[in-house]
Design a protein. Sequence first.
Length: 373
Amino acid sequence: MINEAARRRLHDIWNHLHDHPEPSMEEFATSAYLAGLLAEAGLEPRKFSDFPGFTVDAGEGIPRIGLRADMDALVQEVDGKRIAVHSCGHDANMAIVASVMLELAEQPEPLNGAVRAIFQPAEEAGNGAELVASLGVADGLEYLFGVHLRPQQELPAPCLAPAISHGACLFASGTITGEDHHGARPHLGANAVELALEISAGLQRIKVDPQIPSSAKMTMLHAGGSNLNVIPGSGCFGVDLRAQTNEAMATLRTGLVEVCRSVAANSGAEIRLDFRDEVPAAVIGHKAEAVLASSVTATLGREYLRPRIVTSGSDDFHFYTRQNPALQAAMLAVGANVQPGLHHPDMTFDGGAMERAVDVLLASCRQSLARSE
């Protein structure tokens, strides 16, 4: 268990990060602050050259164990102003991982191997992990652990769960291109509003295994102008796709393409799709999950352990396993009595949850190093 000085340092780190939030791909001051702390402890952070973030290793040799911390805040309206807010708890994730690395750097006995921390930008944008994974910084790892606070309704404090089974997420922007025509002569062309509604209805007819949670819905539609006697031939729309497995997401994506192709063929209009911000579903490493579970039991007690969490939300953490399918990866779910909920600008949580997470991840790193010998 971490001592009182380590606890105070953990909360000091969190306080600084909480008071200095930065949005996706702007986390330069956050990176500099954390890298400075770790450098003062004798570690050697390596900054990414093209975007914020860095990696840092503790121990000797080639790292086999990894920790991921996401750094970005959300931009939300608070008191009438749009500002960056750490309403998803990434300030806690960073403080936890930084504290683990500082504890590893300061322990009197040499580590039985090396641990790498990845401080990653732009999780909220959905593509930060994909950029970082493409650099190969996790390719040599055998285990990768993430960490995230959970809402009270999902996992009450002081409990923890050894994995979070996130769903897949994919956004599509669509454009409908045709000719405007007179409101009195609808037979002369296609109505972009009606075509968009056909696409929206078609989404509900995509056949996905009913045993697998999924959803496909239109979330944006713009067509027409201030003249209500003009039938708009052109417009744009947005679609949000969610699925609990990557296979189900592939079905949804193919289904959307087919729906748009059919509507275009029947109407004569041109319909184009642009897919973006794809986030894969979790592929949980059973060995990594077992390490986290046994570490919760060993450090806190069996009564603190709960089964893995299943959520329809997504996290780009799972790009690391897409890049390296052999990687044993799991995200520690930390019951923290988050209220009113994640992404609420007034979000609060039980600060003691960070201390419990540090203890569990420290134990997990040591156990994994022993396993990877």
